[in-house]
Ligand binder design. Sequence first.
Ligand SMILES: [Zn+2]
Ligand SMILES: [Zn+2]
Length: 182
Amino acid sequence: MVFAHDTETALLTAAALVNTAATAGDTLTTSAELDAFVRRWEFTGSRTRDRAELQAVRDLRAALRRLWTCQDDEEVVAGVNALLREAHALPQLVRHDHWGWHLHATSPDQPLATRMAVEAAMALVDVVRSDELDRLRVCDADDCSDVLVDLSKNRSRRYCDAGCGNRVNVAAYRARRAGAAV
Ligand SMILES: [Zn+2]
Ligand SMILES: [Zn+2]
């Protein structure tokens, strides 16, 4: 494990959220899609299930992508600190459902987008402190801008979860065969 379990989960969740605004199309356009995302990534806490909630979560994606792709540590730190400050984050160890002890820094009655933002920000705190920002990447495929977090031991992940690695390998294989045929 590169980071603590809750940090790794939060990073994978944040990447998945950013990637709902994918090159291939937006998959977070309705309350039902938001419900599915919340279920899939096991967010607990209150929901309003209205347009404003959906819009706030949608807006968060661009902010997270900016932090994810930012090349400047100081800028990431400023962004993370701002997210934590604005939400009045207060780290507390909690245990619920099937999760062991982990950090929450918001209360369950805060808006969903705030809780999502703070969870991502708390994970980025760990990433920055461990000097591991280079594990936050954008997919290497030319036609894909999905983000990914490389949690591999040898820092070898280059492609997102949407199958780009396979696609690129197949294209390279075809190109080699085409080259060999000439
Ligand atoms: Zn929790
Ligand atoms: Zn990709």
